[in-house]
Design a binder for this molecule. Structure first.
Ligand code: GUN
Length: 285
């Protein structure tokens, strides 16, 4: 069965739109974004994010900055956005050019405006089981796909492929938590893992997030597994995931396609986090 992330994301966007339409406050929610340099994929992702914001009534304020911008200029801009009471969310599209220190940039964002959930305070709280202000959008989107498809992870073996700060690490933190919406057994495998196939074929839920086009073959997957594909790769001018969909789909009980799986949910969760931030700010003032 195909887990239709696009359709679930449309449902989420509709719910968010209804909530925003019913707001009786003086100002709309606002997402500020920094798009630095010429990375074509980043430009496409940001375009989709802005379009989705427009669709549901979130305003955007965009800063499209030169590849050669200095660290100081980026930090100065973020400091201003941190202080601006009209700004609810600050998104810094990754990756950043080589002269920019990403860690310092991520740490400079006010954790209460960190709608990507990348700040160490938010990641740390997630890991410790304290409520973070925000959970990173891709892990949260995967969680929401499973939740809305009535798939429980309690007691299940989730194998995560990839250890990025954006996806692999926060996914592990999210699904290991002690609550009814997690309680999973987690294995996290990566490029140095020995006997990789022996681990992946034990997965009840296999999440591929290592950025390697069509790497997951059917021999690596258990019969009836749930397969979540986070990859977005270009191969022969076609968009493919980290899973060989044609091979793996017949073996999986559920599988997310690329495109139309996890990607739209990442965007939906960004908007959900932005509305959450708005509500937090309105409570504070
Ligand atoms: N680059 C790839 N994925 C993401 C994301 O979810 N947020 C940001 N800011 N950059 C990204």
């Amino acid at each position: 069965m195909i887990l239709n992330g696009k359709k679930i994301a449309e449902e989420v966007l509709l719910e968010l739109k209804q909530k925003i339409d019913s707001l009786k406050t003086k100002r709309p929610p606002l997402l500020a974004y920094l798009l630095i340099g010429e990375n074509p994929a980043s430009h496409i992702y940001v375009k989709y994010k802005v379009k989705a914001c427009k669709q549901i009534g979130i305003q955007t304020r965009g800063f499209e900055l030169s590849q050669n911008i200095s660290q100081g200029e980026v930090l100065q801009l973020i400091a201003e956005l941190n202080l601006d009471p009209l700004v609810d969310g600050i998104l810094v599209q990754m990756p950043l050019p080589p002269q920019i220190n990403s860690q310092q940039v991520i740490e400079s964002v006010d954790p209460t405006k960190d709608v990507d959930g990348f700040h160490p305070l938010n990641i740390g709280r997630l890991l410790l089981g304290y409520e973070p202000y925000f959970i990173p959008c891709t892990p949260l989107g995967i969680h929401e796909i499973l939740l809305r498809s009535n798939i429980s992870t309690v007691g299940k073996h989730i194998v995560i492929m990839g250890r990025s700060n954006i996806v692999g690490k926060p996914l592990a933190a999210l699904f290991m938590q002690k609550n009814n919406l997690a309680n999973a057994t987690i294995s996290l495998v990566h490029s140095y893992t020995e006997n990789l196939d022996q681990i992946t074929e034990q997965a009840d839920v296999l999440i591929a997030a290592m950025g390697n086009p069509e790497f997951v073959q059917s021999a690596m997957v258990k019969n009836g597994a749930i397969v979540i594909d986070v990859g977005i790769n270009r191969k022969d001018k076609k968009l493919v995931g980290d899973v060989n969909f044609t091979e793996v789909a017949p073996k999986a009980s559920h599988i997310t396609p690329v495109p139309g799986g996890v990607g739209p949910m990442t965007i939906a969760m960004l908007l959900s986090n932005t509305l959450k931030s708005y509500q937090l700010r309105e409570q504070l003032t």
